[in-house]
Write a protein that binds this ligand. Structure first.
Ligand code: FAD
Ligand code: NAP
Length: 472
């Protein structure tokens, strides 16, 4: 499946801590999905990083665009489709160049170091005695290219490199719109932070997908409106990832829902809200309800509560206008916004979503107990989700008369019954294969399964001015 970029909007002000974009993708044909689903997108590696790796591996310029296939026993599954592709494309789309190399890989690089001192250092890094050094080394987030630069005597065959690098993974984004909205079946929108960061030593890094999307969509400035022009000719490879945990709106529209999602964790809930707004419109039309009769509608739809969190109201309150509009229309019954930094932060410890749940705990309990509300949590698995979980336990203890252990068990039961649903970001761990294959040049080639992916990359026009992978 391939999509074009319909529009892009920067949701955060220039002085916000993070740059957050909302991008809408468009399809020529209808696509099936439900609010709560995500899509995957195949983003290529950064062009300057690829060129850097290939240069460090001493690949000659005129070999970059020759076509190759991998031959031999036990080619890793992600490289099996490589029947005929240029080196540039293999390094663009098939292998992960940004993750920190594993010990097993470093041992392999040691085997291929031609300088004794490099070999010894690499061997020490992977030894038991070298554990502290290895941990310090890992903490700096070194990539394969950093290792090649630090240990230039590593001379490793290309095929060996390819089979030891992990596969490049697609990146996933929650869909922020509803198929019921106008042209909803022909578009998927999403919201994400553009990932750039710096290690304490000053080494700058950036994500694979989000800076690429930022660059492709024109690095638009902060604006209240989405920018729509100029992207018609691009086609980006993507696919649907239906939500496997039933993180979707309940079929029974009377069921109240409590949505908890700070930052971009609010993404799927924007889809929920748009969906409910459309359901309400249909009901209104069907029942012939006039614009003033909101109460009639309320009888058919359960309450929708949103606990959202940002740092500064003016700088990074994502989707503020839409949220306020949903509230005005009655789609959103309760909008609770936690502000964590700046002058708006309440002095009485109310800066996070879990603090607002605490503040509203009696009403939250009533919604859970009397109306059987469903709870949805989306976003960061480490800090936020754990604190929200603890606060929900407190709600059950304080207002439901549960002992703490019983409250924990009750929440577990709700999770099993899909009444307490969480869509949280976990790290993908990737395994590598260590087999033996060879690169064989393919002559007379003209068609590659990667050719269609390259068009978008060509659009980048070799512009890597702001490439910030630092050589060490
Ligand atoms: C089902 C699902 C749905 C998702 N939906 C969304 C969504 O709607 N919106 C959204 O924004 N994301 C979402 N994600 C996450 C998204 O898929 C990507 O992981 C994210 O956008 C980063 O992609 P990237 O390629 O730009 O960065 P990557 O190349 O993947 O780099 C990210 C990695 O960089 C490292 N890193 C980042 N910041 C720092 C730092 N400060 N210090 C040190 N290391 C750091 C971390 O190791 C992190 O894992 C979702 C993930 C899943 C699995
Ligand atoms: N379906 C999915 O799996 C899915 C969908 C969307 C997004 N995501 C992921 O979810 C994450 C969302 O994070 P984000 O980067 O967008 O958020 P963010 O901008 O880092 O933070 C948003 C707000 O949360 C606050 N916060 C920080 N620590 C917290 C804690 N322990 N408890 C509660 N609030 C806390 C922040 O406050 P301070 O910084 O001031 O402390 C800020 O006000 C991203 O990693 C994104 O990739 C996953």
């Amino acid at each position: 499946m391939s999509a074009k970029i319909n529009s892009v909007q920067c949701l955060t002000s220039p002085d916000a801590l993070k740059r957050t974009l909302s991008i809408e993708f468009g399809f020529d044909d209808d696509v099936e999905y439900a609010p709560g689903d995500s899509f995957g997108i195949w983003a290529p590696n950064d062009e300057a990083l690829i060129r850097g790796v290939l240069a460090a591996l001493e690949v000659k310029d005129n070999d970059l665009t020759k076509y190759y296939k991998l031959e031999g026993e036990g080619i890793p599954s992600h490289l099996q489709p490589v029947q005929s592709a240029t080196l540039l494309d293999i390094f663009r789309y098939s292998v992960d160049l940004t993750s920190v190399p594993k010990k097993a890989n470093i041992r392999l690089y040691a085997d291929h170091a031609t300088d004794l001192s490099d070999k010894q250092k690499l061997m020490f890094l992977t030894s038991k005695q070298g554990t502290d050094l290895f941990n310090a080394f890992r903490a700096q987030g070194p990539t394969f290219l950093d290792i090649l630069h630090t240990f230039p005597s590593i001379k490793i065959p290309l095929a060996r490199v390819l089979e030891t690098l992990p596969p490049l993974q697609p990146r996933y984004y929650s869909i922020t719109n509803s198929p019921m909205a106008k042209n909803g079946h022909r578009r998927w929108a999403c919201a994400f932070n553009v990932i750039t960061y710096e290690f304490p030593e000053g080494v700058k890094r950036r994500g694979v997908c989000t800076p690429w999307l930022d660059q492709l969509s024109g690095k638009v400035p902060f604006d209240k409106k989405a920018v729509t022009t100029g992207f018609d000719h691009l086609r980006l490879p993507m696919f649907l990832k239906p939500n496997e945990t039933k993180f979707n709106l309940p079929v029974d529209t009377m069921k109240p829902v409590i949505m908890i999602g700070p930052g971009t964790g609010v993404a799927p809930f924007m889809g929920f809200l748009e969906h409910r707004a459309e359901q309400r419109k249909i009901k209104k039309r069907f029942m012939n309800i006039g614009t003033g009769s909101r109460q009639h509608l309320e009888d058919h739809f359960g309450e929708m509560w949103l606990f959202y969190g940002c740092r500064h109201r003016e700088k990074d309150w994502l989707f503020r206008e839409s949220m306020e509009q949903f509230k005005k229309e009655g789609v959103l019954t309760e909008l609770q916004v936690a502000v964590s930094r700046g002058e708006d932060v309440p002095t009485n410890n109310g800066k996070y979503v879990q603090d607002l749940i605490k503040k509203e705990s009696m009403r939250v309990w009533n919604l859970l107990d009397k109306k059987g509300a469903l709870i949805y949590v989306c976003g960061d698995a480490k800090g936020m989700a754990k604190s929200v979980h603890d606060e929900l336990i407190n709600v059950l203890v304080e207002h439901g008369g549960f002992e703490k252990t019983a409250a924990m068990l009750e929440l577990n039961k709700w999770a099993q019954e899909k009444r307490y649903l969480r869509d949280l970001l976990k790290d993908n761990s990737i395994s590598t294969a260590a087999n033996s294959s060879t690169m064989v040049e393919v002559t007379g080639h003209r068609e590659s399964n990667m050719d269609d992916l390259c068009e978008a990359e060509d659009e980048l026009d070799g512009d890597d001015d702001d490439h910030d992978i630092k050589d060490r």
